[in-house]
Design a protein around this ligand. Structure first.
Ligand code: BG6
Length: 460
């Protein structure tokens, strides 16, 4: 069967500043929580691989853009490092401006549309010392940073996003222990979420108030993980509904409508987890949450059942739903994530019900360990598993598009192997392999396949 995609479909990949640039404490950049956490607890990081020398794009961006070109990319997402651009939160680091302007220029010269994100889990340490997103002024600091970005790069960049996966920095740092400060406190997680939402809205407003209001567009990148109930029993279905309220609609409803989801507010208000008066007070700014376009990162769904114990008051997400293991699941054993391409179609339907704004798959991919096992005699990794993974997901996406979904692109994670938060270089996702001894890059079979996909605007 032939799968064709709409005209001008965006083909490309995503990465982030902290995971690809390297030079983490150099060229005027100040520390982020990742630099400090690695300094304090290196044992938490796989193989002691910290954030300092990640894929070294800072040195290689010119050739790397040529590599993107070779893959047929017409678009590419990365982020600006807040701590590099404004090391103390106020003063512009000219070296960072020169680097980003040249990097973006290189993309533009090669007809690769840059989509530039402002925050990808990389909280500057100076702000963490003031409480990070718990600080009620954090959204104002972020607004200042966003304004600077629009001022410094607005003539080059027409597609901005505010946050990558805002839910992840909230739950990983305040519930699951995988990001600094690694505590477990649902109430704090909600405060952090609320301040993140305000920060997003203030950045959107900053762009709309800028001289680029009519030429540039702004969006947000959300990780949408649909919840599938264990059974048709009412309690399991309610658990799935509540999981979706927290994990999908918390950011999706504001992003598509400029309002916080009423059912979510009602749920959290019952247990005094949210300050209703504050939301009312902030309504004028919250309406700026509405975006021009949406990015969706999709890796895995969640499987849920009714909570394991009854709770009078919600004090934790586990009071709303419990995870369970679906017997028929296929798993990527290296990352431990379920592979379920059908969810891409379901996500498209969820978005279509709420809005006809343009959206795209901003990340999708498969991290595999020890890929050198698949190296052929010419030194190329034959990653057929990654090609199959993309084909299956693209087939589902294609079905949704054929039915009218306004999906405008498919970006993978990632372009060249990059550093992963606590997993270092264990699982590789790239179209190019990075050799950590000399940072040389070698194309993988999936890169050649992607080039054909992009050139043909579809696949067989
Ligand atoms: C996404 C993030 O959630 O998943 C990336 O936006 C991340 O930053 C990617 O690297 C893959 O996850 P991991 O944990 O394997 O690096």
């Amino acid at each position: 069967m032939q799968y064709n995609f709409p005209k001008n479909f965006m083909w490309g990949a995503a990465t982030s500043a902290p995971q690809s640039e390297g030079h983490s404490l150099e060229n005027g950049k100040s520390a982020t929580t990742w630099d400090k956490w690695f300094e304090m607890n290196p044992e938490k990081f796989y193989n002691n691989e910290g954030p300092e020398n990640t894929s070294m794009l800072y040195d290689h961006y010119k050739e790397d853009v040529q590599r993107m070109k070779e893959l047929g990319f017409n678009s590419f997402r990365t982020s600006i490092s807040w701590a590099r651009l404004l090391p103390d939160g106020k003063t512009v680091n000219q070296e960072a401006v020169d680097f980003y302007r040249d990097y973006f220029n290189e993309l533009l010269q090669n007809d690769i549309k840059p989509i530039i994100n402002l925050f990808h889990f990389d909280m500057p340490w100076w702000l963490m010392e003031k409480g990070g997103w718990e600080n009620s002024q954090s959204s104002d600091y972020f607004q200042f940073y966003a304004e600077k970005c629009f001022e410094l790069f607005g003539d080059q960049i027409q597609n901005w996003t505010t946050f990558n996966e805002p839910l992840v920095h909230i739950e990983m740092a305040y519930l699951h222990g995988y990001h600094y400060p690694a505590i477990h406190d649902f109430k704090k997680a909600i405060t952090v979420g609320y301040n993140t939402l305000l920060a997003h809205a203030k950045a959107v407003k900053a762009l709309k108030d800028s001289e680029y209001a009519n030429t540039a567009k702004i969006g947000i990148i959300l990780n949408l993980t649909p919840a599938y109930p264990k059974s048709e029993a009412a309690a399991d279905k309610l658990a799935a509904k509540n999981a979706d309220l927290l994990n999908i609609y918390s950011f999706l409803t504001p992003a598509l409508s400029g309002k916080i989801n009423d059912e979510l507010v009602a749920l959290l208000k019952q247990s005094d987890l949210i300050d209703y008066d504050q939301i009312h007070f902030d309504a004028e700014i919250i309406k700026y949450c509405e975006v021009d376009f949406l990015g969706v990162n999709y890796y895995q769904p969640i499987r849920v059942q009714a909570p394991l114990k009854h709770a009078e008051k919600i004090e934790d997400p586990s009071d709303l739903y419990a995870n369970y293991e679906w017997k028929e699941r296929r798993i990527n054993p290296y990352r431990g994530w379920e592979i379920y391409p059908e969810a891409i179609y379901d996500i498209a339907k969820t978005i279509d019900k709420l809005s006809d704004k343009p959206w795209y798959i901003s990340e999708n991919g498969m991290g595999v360990a020890d890929e050198e096992r698949f190296m052929n005699a010419d030194g190329m990794i034959e990653d057929d598993y990654r090609i199959d993974f993309m084909k299956e997901h693209l087939a589902q996406l294609n079905k949704a598009i054929e039915e009218g979904s306004n999906c405008i692109g498919y970006h993978t994670w990632t372009f060249i192997d990059c550093w992963s938060w606590l997993n270092g270089y264990k699982n590789r996702y790239g179209f190019y392999r990075v050799d950590l001894n000399d940072y040389s890059r070698t194309i993988k079979k999936s890169g050649l396949w992607y080039r054909e996909l992009a050139q043909n605007n579809g696949f067989d």
